[in-house]
Design a protein around this ligand. Sequence first.
Ligand code: SER
Length: 873
Amino acid sequence: MMKSSEIRKTFLEFFRRKQHEIVPSAPMVLKNDPTLMFTNAGMNQFKDIFLGNTVAKSPRAADTQKCLRVSGKHNDLEEVGHDTYHHTMFEMLGNWSFGDYFKKEAIAWAWELLTDELKIDKENLYITVFGGDEKDGTSKDMEAYDFWKAIVAEDKILFGSKKDNFWEMGETGPCGPCSEIHVDIRPAEEKAKIAGKDLVNMDHPEVIEIWNLVFIEFNRMADGSLKPLPAKHIDTGMGFERLCMVLQGVRSNYDTDVFQPMLQSIAKLSGIEYGKNNEADIAMRVIADHLRAVSFAIADGQLPSNTGAGYVIRRILRRAVRYGFTFLNLKEAFVHTLVPQLVAEMSETFTELKSQQGLIEKVIQEEEVSFLRTLSQGIKKFENYISEKADKVIDGKFAFELFDTYGFPIDLTQLMAREQDWTVDMEGFEKGLTEQKERSRQAAVVDTEDWIELNTDIQSTEFVGYTELSCSSKINKYRKVKTKKKEFYEVVLDKTPFYAESGGQVGDSGLLIDGDKKYEIIETKNDNNQSVHILPALPEHPENIFTAQVDIEKRKLTTNNHSATHLMHAALRMVLGDHVEQKGSLVNPERLRFDFSHFGKMTAEEIAEVEKIVNKKIRENVVSGVHQNVPIEEAKGMGAMALFGEKYGDFVRVIDFDPTYSVELCGGTHVPATGQIGMFKIISEGAIAAGVRRIEAITADAAEYYINDQLNTFAEVKACVKGAKDPVKAVTDLQDQIAKLQKEVDAFKKQQVQLIKADLLSSVEQVDGMNVIIRKVNLDAGGAKDLAFALKKELDKLVLTLGYANDGKAGLTVVIDENLCKEKDLNAGAIIREISKEIRGGGGGQAHFATAGGKNPDGIDNALSKAKELISK
Ligand code: SER
C-alpha cells in the first residue's frame, strides 16, 4: 500500500519530469484578494497571472496546496463529517500551464499519471466533458471529447452541465469548461447491479470526482457574458485525500493514513470505538477534520476572532468542540491535546506547523475553554426556559438565539429537547436563519462593473513610489463599484507613486491632477498584485495625462511608523527573546500596532528597555539599507526572517537598519535614516489571544504631543500639591493622611451614634403600648440606619422616625417592630411615602424599615409631626 506521503511525492515528481516547476503551497489565509478570505483552490495563488496582472515566472507549475472551503462560492462546512469525502481543509494537487500546453497534454498526462504511474484500474474511471450551455452561447467541448476518445472507451465519457463542467472561481474572472475524472470504488457486486456511469455526479460516496481539469479560456464579465482570453491556461485540481482513499483501497477519505491515526486517538480520548456508532463517527470525523483546518490557519497567522476570517476559524473550532461535547461526552477542553500528534504527522510537508506548535496549542486551548463556558451558560438558559414554559415546544426564536449567541447547533438543541420530551419549532428556527443570511447577503452586496480599458497595450503598473511622490500618469483602466453604502471608481495607472495597502502599511491617498482640476484618491489597494486607486469621482477626461500626487505628510508619518516597527521588532527580540515573531502589523499615519508571540505581560521595565533601545537607534540616525531583488535564500542568509502566512517570491526586498541590528523582508516604505522618526513611545501593551501580545506605539510629533500632554497633567498635579519638591511623595502623603482622617471620622461617628442613642432611650414616649421615638438627629443616612438598628435591638415594640439633613438635602428613616406591623397594621413604607412629601422627595421600603431622601431640609419638622399623627391614629 502506498503511504500518503509517497502519493504526494509521486504526483510532484511526475510533473517535475514534465518540466513543471514545483512551487510551495501558498498560505491558506489570503491577504491581497478582496473577494476571497481563504485559499479555496490551487489556482488562487496564480489568479494574478490568469488576470494578466503578473507575468508567470515559468510557464508550467505544480504543487500541493492547502485549501479551505468554508466560505463564499465554495463552502463545504455543513457536509463535513456527515459524509466520508468532504473536508474543510484539504490538500489540492495541481498542475498549471500559463499560456503553454492546453487540453491535449493536460488530458494525456492526467491519464498517464493515474493509470500508468499510480496503476488505478481504467475500468473504474469515468470522464465528464462540458456539454455546452445555451444561455452562455457555449457549445459542447468536442475538442476535449476527442482527446479523451483517443485514450478512453467512449462509453466512459459523459457530457455534463454547466454546473458540473464549467469552472468559475467567483462571480467574474477567468473561467472555462472542465473535464472531470471520476472513480468508482464500489465492490464488484454493487457494480454489477448499477453501472458506475449512472452514479457519476449523483452524490454517491463511492463514485466520486478525484481530478478536475479546467481549460481556462474565458473571462466572465460583470454583465454575465463571456469574453475569450488572449492566452489559454490549464488549471487542474486533484483532491489529495480522495486520491489516497482510492490508492489505499479504502472506502472513505477518513479510512486513509491521513486521518486514521487521529481518529484512533480521538476514539481513545472519548472511550468510544470508531466505526461502531454513526453519530459518534460523525463527531470524530468532524474533530479530525476541523483540528487540521484550525491548526493550519493559526500557523498561517489567522487567529480566531470576532470578525471576518478570524470568525470563520472560531466557528470551525466551536463546531469541533460542540460535536465532541454532544456526541462524545467530551466536556472539557480537548482539541488542543491533539495538536502534537497532528504536528508529528504533517510537519514534514508543512514545516510551519512545527515552528508554530506552542502557539497553536495555546490559542486552541483558550478558545475551547471560553467556548465551553458560553456553552454551559446556554445550557442554563435552556433549562430555565423549559422550566418556565408548559407547552413542551422550544420556540424557533429561542432556538435561534441559542444558535446565534451561544453557538448551539440546532441538532444539539433538538437533542436536549428530545431528552426532556420536548420538540423544537424548526420552521421558526429556519426563518431566523434565513433572515440572518439575507441580512449579511444584503450588507455584502458589491456591484462591480467591468473594466473600461484605455491602454490595452500596457497592463502592469510601474511603481515609482519608493523614490518619487509625484509622477505623470495615464489611466490604464477603470471601473465603477457600488456597495450598499457608497459608490466609487477603481483606477489602475500605467505608473504610480501611490503605495498600495500591503504588509500592514495603509495605502497612500492624494490627488490625480489634470490642469486645474483635482481628483481625490482616497485609498490605494492591492488587488491580486495590482495597484488599485480608489476615487469618489471619475476624472472628466480619463484619457488625459495626469499628475499623480501622493499626500506627502500622511506618507511621511506612515513611513516613520513603519520604520519604527522594524526597530521595535528587533528590540523586542533582544529584550524578550527569539521566540518573538510578528503575528500582525498595522502601520498608519497616527500610530503603529504590532502583534507578536510572547507568553506573558511585558513588565514596565521591559517596555522601558524596548523604548530605550529604539530611541537610541533613532538618535544614532542609522541609514536604511534597501536591497531590491535579493534571492530569497540570500535574504534569509542576511538574517531576514520570513513570516508565516506570507507569500514570498523568489526575489525579495530586504530592509536593514544596521545589518547587525534589524534585517527584514519588506515591501513597505522606510525612512532614509532613523533620525527622521524623532521619538518613539509605547502607549499600550496587552493580550489579544493566548500567547499573542499587542503593542501600540507612536512616533515623531505624535510621541512629542503625547509626552507633553503627560507632562502637562503632571504639572497640574504638582500645582495641586503646591509645587512640592517631591510631588509623588506629597500625593502619597495626602492619601495616607486621608485614610487616617477617615478612620478618625468613622470612630467619631460611631461615638456620636452611641451618644444620641442614650439620649433617645431616655426620652421614649409610650403611646398605646408602643415605644415611640420621633426625632430630628444630627447624623447622615448611614449613621441614622446604624442608630435605628441599635435602638431596635434594645427596645421592644419600637416605632421610630428619624429626620436628618446633610449637604442641603433631607433624609427620613422609619423603623417599626415586626410584631407591631402585624398587630397594629402599621407599615413603615406607607408612612415614609406619606411623610416624604414634606421634604419634597420620595422613598420606600418594607413594612419594618423604610427610608426616603428629599430636597427640602426645612420640611423635616413637618414630616416628623405628620409621622406622629399617623402613628397615634
Ligand atoms: N480550480 C479547479 C478546482 O478547484 C481545478 O483546480 O476544482
